[in-house]
Design a protein around this ligand. Sequence first.
Ligand code: ARG
Length: 479
Amino acid sequence: MGVPETEEPTRLWGARFAGGPAEALARLSVSVQFDWRLAPYDLLASRAHARVLANAGLLDADELGKMLAALDDLESACAAGEFRPTVEDEDVHTALERGLLERLGSLGGKLRAGRSRNDQVATDLRLYLRDHARGVAVAVVELADALTEQAARNIDTPAPGMTHVQHAQPVSFGHWLLAHVQPLLRDLERLRDWDARTAISPLGSGALAGSSLPLDPAAVAKELGFSAPAPNSMDAVSDRDFVAEFLFTTALLGVHLSRLGEEVVLWTSTEFGWVELDDAFATGSSIMPQKKNADIAELARGKSGRLVGGLVAVLTMLKGLPLTYDRDMQEDKEPAFDAVDTLELLLPALAGMISTMTVRVDRLAAAAPVGFSLATEVADWLVRKGVPFRDAHEVTGKLVALCSARECELEDLTDDDLKTVSEHLDPSVREVLSVSSALAARTTPGSTGPGPVREQLATVQHKLDNWRQWAVEQVVPRH
Ligand code: ARG
């Protein structure tokens, strides 16, 4: 932040006060150090408001022309870093009014008519988040693409599917990777649903009661890319559902990324050795020369904490707040900005890590049948012979116990062993004792057999094509 150039600080209030604010108050209440990033959105809303004032006869054509030119000039100056907030500017709105006054003199003071920082800040934050949610969506799609491409290469790679981190049943590793794509598709749906609810314009609500001036909230809403003006001015300035909901969506996305991150940490361990990270997406140790660490995956796990924390902070801030605007609500911005920043950093790193990792097909295939993961196949074989599943489960459990005692695999049991354990068993049960037959047998939709996984892959790719288009739509008009 630069040093103030003006002798008297610009303040949007103060006439009824005997002196300036105490230093401690000023330091506590200032928000410009974080809300300055709303400047382009505030300027966008200011242009729309200027046009509405002109239509209402409150600015003549000449004044409107000057006002719009000054707003354009201010925007360029902001973008070039020539105009910056000073330590005296309380918030982004104050700084920009100062910039307008510097350019227009007293004409600059006309823009505030019919408008309050309360409807302004709610508008700016909606515009900022709608714009940046699409950026987050682009990055989610890129991560989903990376996972989907790895999945396509590994449809026929068997892996030991797990529950409780114990070998459970063989699965396709492609299916496993797609199981990380499905939550991301739901996250994208949540962002789209959120966007539709957030596309409501608070501008025109003023401080809380609307305006006595003949404003046109519908025209402003349209110009700013919103679907409609807010139906209730009091709700419009006090509603921060869109922030809480955005933060829930990003928190849940963060939780999904943390689960993917945790799995990559496991997969890259010596004990698993299922995946090898590309050198460019792994880190080393300052003391142990042999180390290759999955720091991106760990940061994905770790950063979910701040995403969840931001949601909790905003919900707690909102709880019990009386209508309408309260200064508590200034605390909505940092968690929202932090969620955007965190995801814009994290998602590209994760996408790069996933798309460049090498899947150790040999290690996965060797691990797939370990831990009697084909036992369910035996039970299902018995069921097909008419044995009630309850009995089939018992019989198979006995086979596993026998193998455990002998330290052998199910296929090592002799014909006699099978007969001894159950009269229903015969040597043909060995047909189901292979990973490939277990996978091939899974043909129902959504299951892990090669057929359904290929169908799933095609659907996912089609959905991602649509999401890719949605994510780059321009929702907030560029001026
Ligand atoms: N910086 C404030 C915020 O972020 C802007 C609105 C201030 N409004 C007010 N009446 N003090 O919430």
